[in-house]
Write a protein that binds this ligand. Structure first.
Ligand code: GLN
Length: 478
């Protein structure tokens, strides 16, 4: 056994597969970290210590008889609590799913299992993934491990914090408008939104189905690649799943960026704070030093993304959330007749932000307003896609900030939804286009807090995006 205890997913899997460290030991280290700090951080809705211990024993047994548990052997992974786990509560951090236990596993859960990973717990989120700070959880906020007076970002704040605090070697989140990349930036970890359709959404509780994607959080770019390779690939249970095998990223990870055209968007919407803007400039310099060519591009419709998103996402959410009616899932408030029961259940079961989205979406879809709001938002969505396609004629990847600012204080934005929505200015466009994006830590900003740089690439060009991120990681200010 080596003296240095491995923390990266790649090192853990290597050590476990080669019978150098037991999965049980790895797991106990992570459970001890949870014991020590979870009270302050609140990354989890549920820690699955018993289940994880049983699973670690299975993996160690397999290794002892010469079987290979897989590329994620013994890696403790945390799951955002909007991914279905058979027989295990899946809450979406909402009161309305109280007591519901899914009868099946999400495809990503099955794939993690097949790769030898250990699910260590279900992480906190903004209710139904609506938010940018994890303060909209029915179970209380998650706190940023770098400074517990600050938010971890959201909506996958629990998953980001779990990795940053060393509670899990990697985690999964979902990203509809930025919910993986923004918390990754704020917590100083890597976070990836893959190409729409690259990872199955079967068993992900739907928020806005044309935008939702599952992706990994990890300590470093190589680990994120490892996890993404394990969870990607065609799934016949998801009709939007792309018909191709798992993404291949790791093989090209160390190829560098020589000759790569890295686009700087000259008409990027304003709003990035000076510290974040400075790190972005340095990121361009770092890639230039590494042999990339920096090219100026325009994406004129970029700035309309936020507006289009806040029509399309609530419209889809209002439809998706209609199923929580007190009949089929979780929570029910009894009332004299069915309509009164629906109303009482939904009034009591949903939080304020979820109600706001349902109302916005219902309005945008209503007769007389459909064309003016929802229909027009779809046109804007097409414009954005066309603008990105044109930019990608001239650039292979694009760099932007991931989040406009470093982690803000709890309570700072809760009374002003618009200021919260602006957190997603730079992440939303790639959800609308379906293209991949990732946040990679690149130095620190105000108060020594982590800054994330976002790398964007055309659909299914994850390996190019990861190569760029790996170079940024190698050259990040320390
Ligand atoms: N913060 C955005 C929202 O509130 C994005 C959420 C997400 O990506 N799930 O809708």
């Amino acid at each position: 056994m080596s003296d240095e205890f491995p923390t990266s997913a790649a090192d853990i899997a290597w050590n476990v597969r080669n019978n150098l460290i037991s999965a049980a030991d790895i797991l106990e280290r992570h459970l001890a970290a949870i014991d020590a700090r979870e009270g302050d951080v609140h990354a989890f809705n549920l820690v699955l210590a018993d289940e994880a211990r049983a699973r670690a024993a299975e993996i160690d047994d397999a290794v002892s008889v010469g079987r290979d548990p897989g590329p994620l052997a013994g890696v403790p992974i945390a799951l955002k609590d909007n991914m279905c786990t058979r027989g295990i509560p899946t809450t979406c951090s909402s009161k309305i799913l109280d007591g519901w236990r899914p009868p099946y596993d999400a495809t990503v859960v099955t794939k993690l299992h097949e790769a030898g990973a250990i699910v260590i717990g279900k992480t906190n989120l903004d209710e139904f993934a609506m938010g940018s700070s994890t303060e909209n959880s029915a179970f209380g906020p998650t706190r940023n491990p770098h400074d517990t007076t600050r938010v971890p970002g959201g909506s996958s704040g629990g998953s980001a914090a779990a990795v940053a605090a060393g509670f899990a070697a990697a985690s999964l989140g979902s990203d509809t408008g930025g919910s993986i990349r923004q918390p990754a930036a704020l917590c100083g970890v890597v976070g990836v939104k893959p190409t729409y359709g690259a990872v199955s959404r079967y068993g992900l509780v739907a928020f806005a189905s044309s935008l939702d994607q599952i992706g990994p959080f990890a300590h470093d770019v190589a680990d994120a690649a490892l996890v993404l390779e394990a969870i990607s690939g065609h799934d016949q249970m998801d009709s939007t799943s792309i018909r191709q095998g798992p993404l291949e990223i790791t093989r090209q990870l160390d190829m560098g960026v020589a000759g790569l055209r890295v686009g700087r968007i000259t008409d990027l919407p304003e709003g990035a704070s000076p510290d974040v803007a400075a790190r972005l400039d340095e990121a361009f310099d770092a890639l230039r030093d590494a042999g990339a060519e920096i090219v100026d591009v325009e994406v004129p419709a970029f700035g309309y993304g936020l507006t289009a998103y806040y029509l399309i996402a609530p419209a889809e959410a209002s439809s998706n959330l209609a199923r929580y009616d007190g009949v089929r899932f979780g929570h029910r408030v009894e009332a004299p007749d069915t309509n009164a029961m629906y109303m009482a259940t939904r009034t009591d079961g949903f939080g304020a932000e979820v109600k706001r989205r349902i109302m916005l979406g219902t309005y945008a879809l209503s007769a007389g307003y459909y064309d003016a709001y929802y229909g027009r938002a779809l046109k804007v969505r097409r414009r954005i896609a066309a603008d990105f396609a044109a930019a990608y004629e001239r650039a292979d990847v694009l760099l932007t900030p991931a989040s406009p600012t470093v982690a803000f204080h709890l309570g700072d934005k809760t009374s002003d939804p618009m200021s919260m929505y602006l957190c997603d200015t730079y992440t939303i466009p790639s959800n609308l286009t379906g293209d991949p994006g990732m946040s990679v830590p690149f130095g620190t900003g105000d108060d020594g807090l982590p800054v994330g740089v976002q790398v964007l690439a055309p659909a299914l060009q994850e390996s190019r995006m990861f190569r760029t991120a790996a170079e940024l990681e190698r050259r990040a200010p320390r």
